[in-house]
Design a protein around this ligand. Sequence first.
Ligand code: FE
Length: 229
Amino acid sequence: MDESRFTRRGSLVRLGGLAAGALGVAGLEAGSSDGAGPAAVASGQVSCVLTPEQTEGPYHIPDELVRRNITEGRAGTPLSLRAYVVDASTCKAIKNAAVDIWHADAGGVYSGFGAGTVNRTFMRGIQRTNAKGLALFRTVYPGWYQGRTVHIHVKVHLGGSVVHTGQLYFPDTVTDAAYRTAPYTSRPSRSTRNATDSVYRNGGKKSLMTVRKSGSAYVATIMMGVHRG
Ligand code: FE
């Protein structure tokens, strides 16, 4: 898909229009046969977990830029986010879902909110899942802000409708290690960890990412089971 045609505002509305018009809703929403499939679920070889719905919080901005690298050059330890979307009923990969993420920068600041960031778009973006249900992002390890454990917000859109709103979490021990390097060391210790986070407590464990070190960067992987709505 030609990403350049989409602008910051109204892109998903246009995607919805495309879905219903030129491509057909079925074309955009068709699940890949690449997933494990219902037979594997029935036989107990695979189980899909419905990823918990969690509050979108106050910092969402609709219709973000369609782009893989969302950093806009801001400082931080590189993080590759690998977000899979599967049908929670069948375990099959969902192709062409729009995965919409946003998070605080290394300093704990959201673009679009607060002094100097009102017209900024850093650490926000949208990618579509491929045939394996995978959406890839390049970003940095998020910073923390008061009262919350470190997290990435996510929405999944299918055919112009939101089918999932959630938050993705990091193992605390990984964050502890990540925050021992610059620029994270320039801030005081974080106030809240997963165990004491009021949002994480509501099923957040099911949105805990697998995070591994890769050189000086991190790779975070999550599988999100969603209902097609
Ligand atoms: Fe947040």
